[in-house]
Design a protein around this ligand. Structure first.
Ligand code: PLP
Length: 378
């Protein structure tokens, strides 16, 4: 076997990426797969984005550019953050790279990052890759357990990570809880990393509360957002971080050594996304709201499930269906083999006994998939 670094040996591969590969493999073998495991909306990328990308290519935007991203895009994004200018923004290869870079620039060996769980797959591995220690704090009914979070703070704590709307639970955290977290960060001199990749995806008139609304933490807040889900352009790999200039500078320094600028023409596609007619995304959200209702109806008949108000996932408790010693990974594998329905096991999100269901799929597929799951469980 090959000798690899301790660093890479200490992390696990992304369980959701592994699952996506398995689905692709099964499809290649001719199996009919109903994919409730997707982490992206099924909407087509708006044609204005495609056209702007093609136009950038035709006009020669095919070269190295500024590491932190094209000026027009950073300037436009900075406009969403009162008091910020383009130097408060860095464009990276998806918010995934932003988050990776953030941990690299803020963590020293042994520094702790508090992460409410269940949580997105990459957070704890990214913290580990930065030499930090992920401190996983269970949520209460998918909401933040502020008391438990505050109790986890100690001398080694470096940051608290917040992800709202949340992947995998779909929870949208209320202002009152976020305010408590902000106050604690201020009191204990901690960074707040706020992953707002699903900022547009909220339902039933529930509003996403950005951590940027708390002015008292602007000197310690790093927000990550993404074009991936917001404009259905996951393959463009374009996300961004907004934060204090010294942090953004440090991130750009790291990025200059590991990837340089994000694909030049992809950034022009992203720029076009910011000028899209609001109605496009609004219609997507209305469609997803309907699908959320349908999916929740089906799911709550089968499993214990909290109705989520955001993102495009349900995260039911399937433990009633598990035989002794069985994991949600076993459950998902069997379900996939027997019905062709793919779900992501909760272990991927640090929460066994659950599965994540993505309802960002066509309506007929949604119905077909849930019928297959109901029949299988009976
Ligand atoms: N953060 C969360 C919570 C996510 O669910 C994802 C993608 O699934 C990301 C970040 C990364 O997305 P991207 O790198 O495409 O911006």
């Amino acid at each position: 076997s090959y000798k690899l670094s301790n660093r890479i040996e200490s992390v696990e591969p992304s369980k959701t990426v592994a699952f996506t590969s398995l689905i692709q493999h099964l499809r290649k073998q001719g199996k009919n797969i109903i994919n409730f495991a997707v982490g992206e909306p099924e909407f087509e990328t708006p044609k204005q984005i495609i056209e702007a990308t093609k136009h950038a290519l035709d006009s020669g935007e095919t070269r190295y550019g500024q590491v932190a991203g094209i000026l027009e895009l950073r300037k436009k994004l900075a406009g969403d953050f009162a008091g910020y200018d383009l130097d408060n923004i860095i464009i990276s290869n998806g918010s995934k790279q932003c988050l990776y870079t953030i941990f690299q620039v803020i963590c020293n060996p042994g520094d702790e990052v508090i992460i409410p769980v269940p949580c997105w797959v990459s957070f704890s591995q990214q913290v580990r890759l930065a030499g930090g220690v992920p401190v996983l704090v269970p949520c209460l009914d998918n909401q933040l357990d502020c008391e438990a979070i505050l109790k986890s703070i100690n001398k080694k704590t470096c940051a608290i990570l917040i992800n709202t709307p949340n992947n995998p639970t779909g929870a949208v955290y209320p202002k009152s809880d976020l305010e408590k977290i902000a106050a604690a960060a201020e009191e204990h001199d901690l960074y707040i990393i706020s992953d707002e990749a699903y900022e547009f995806f909220t339902y039933d008139s529930v509003k996403h509360e950005s951590m940027f609304n708390f002015k008292n933490i602007h000197d310690r807040l790093i927000i990550t957002k993404s074009f991936s889900k917001s404009f259905s352009m996951t393959g463009f790999r374009t996300g961004y971080a907004a934060g204090p200039k010294p942090i953004i500078n440090a991130m750009a320094k790291l990025q200059s050594h590991c990837s340089g600028n994000v694909c030049s023409f992809a950034q022009y596609g992203a720029l076009a996304a910011l000028s899209l007619d609001n109605s496009i995304v609004k219609n997507w959200i209305a469609e997803l709201n309907k699908k959320r209702d349908m999916a929740f109806d089906f799911t709550s008949k089968l499993f214990k499930c909290i109705k989520p108000q955001g993102a495009f996932y349900l995260f039911p408790d399937i433990s009633n269906y598990l035989k002794k010693g069985e994991t949600s990974g076993d459950f998902s594998s069997k379900l996939l083999a027997e019905t062709g329905v793919a779900l992501v096991p909760g272990e991927a999100f640090e929460q066994p006994g659950h599965v994540r269901i993505s309802y960002a799929v066509p309506e007929d597929i949604l119905v077909k998939g849930f019928k297959a799951v109901s029949k299988y469980l009976q």
